[in-house]
Design a protein around this ligand. Structure first.
Ligand code: DGL
Length: 268
């Protein structure tokens, strides 16, 4: 079992930021990445649709004999964690990108105001508010949807004047006044971390939930004796439900190097 791959899935290519963080934390492991590019974006979809997509993708990853499943997408983590766990079964641990951050924040901070930005779906679910405030009652979570940011980043608009203006406009909302930390609750946002830092002039910590989830995954695999014994010789696989050249080029933005995507027709 320990030599089997880790399954990671997202609505598209953005979740490769999480795959990248996992590769850094667990360089010996092989993973299978699934991007549901046929249904992108998840941020505007209904919870029912997201659960339907996540269930089928989980079946695919289980058929590929994945030993653990990471829901890299925040929106899917918010709406589909339970169904993914049910399909994966008790022997395959499932990690979402929300609970590890909720745990981290509730241990690191006390009597603070924590900001969260993410898609409409993630923010409407109020999942960060409930999971953080339940763990630490002294914390106040303020969340704002920032729907323009994911598509802006996908189009290559980051680290420039236009993106900085849009980011500043979202972060200057009155509800975000006096926050003490900010959670980047979307696969795409590690790419705008510099601009977020520049808005706050590095005065507050910015939390990247991909990194936190990668460390949580490592701990869980260790605890369950599921870590790979030595470096795997098997190559990572990158699978999408709809292939275009543009998606393939985007892998460089999110994974740091361009990788070859393969199409799996799981919706036919
Ligand atoms: N992957 C999504 C998330 O982290 C962002 C892109 C989308 O809306 O599909 O919530």
């Amino acid at each position: 079992m320990s030599q089997q791959p880790i399954g990671i899935f997202d609505s598209g290519i953005g979740g490769m930021t999480v795959a990248h963080a996992i590769k850094k934390a667990l360089p010996n492991e092989q993973f299978i990445y699934f991007g549901d590019t046929a249904h992108l974006p998840y941020g505007d979809k209904s919870p029912e649709s997201i659960r339907h997509y996540a269930a089928r993708i989980t079946q695919f990853l289980i058929e590929k004999k994945c030993k653990a499943i990471v829901i890299a997408c925040n929106t899917a983590s918010a709406h589909a964690f339970k169904i993914v766990q049910d399909i994966a079964g008790p022997s395959v641990p499932v990690i979402n990108v929300i609970d590890p951050v909720a745990e981290y924040v509730s241990q690191q901070f006390n009597r603070k105001r924590i900001g969260v930005i993410g898609t409409k779906g993630t923010i409407a679910s109020r999942v960060y508010v409930t999971r953080i405030e339940k763990r630490n009652k002294t914390l106040k979570v303020i969340s704002n949807a920032t729907p323009l940011l994911a598509s802006m980043i996908e189009e290559g608009f980051y680290n420039n004047k236009i993106s900085q203006t849009i980011i500043n406009s979202y972060l200057s909302k009155p509800t975000f006044k006096n926050i003490d930390a900010l959670i980047l609750a979307c696969t795409h946002y590690p790419l705008i971390r510099k601009e977020v830092d520049s808005y706050y002039k590095k005065r507050i910590p910015i939390i990247d939930n991909g990194e936190v989830a990668a460390n949580a995954l490592k701990e869980i695999l260790e605890k369950k004796s599921l870590l790979s014994k030595g470096k795997t010789s098997k190559k990572d696989l990158f699978v999408v439900s709809d292939y275009t050249e543009a998606f393939n080029h985007s892998t460089k933005i999110f994974f740091g190097e361009e990788v070859q995507l393969k199409r799996a027709r799981i919706w036919d």
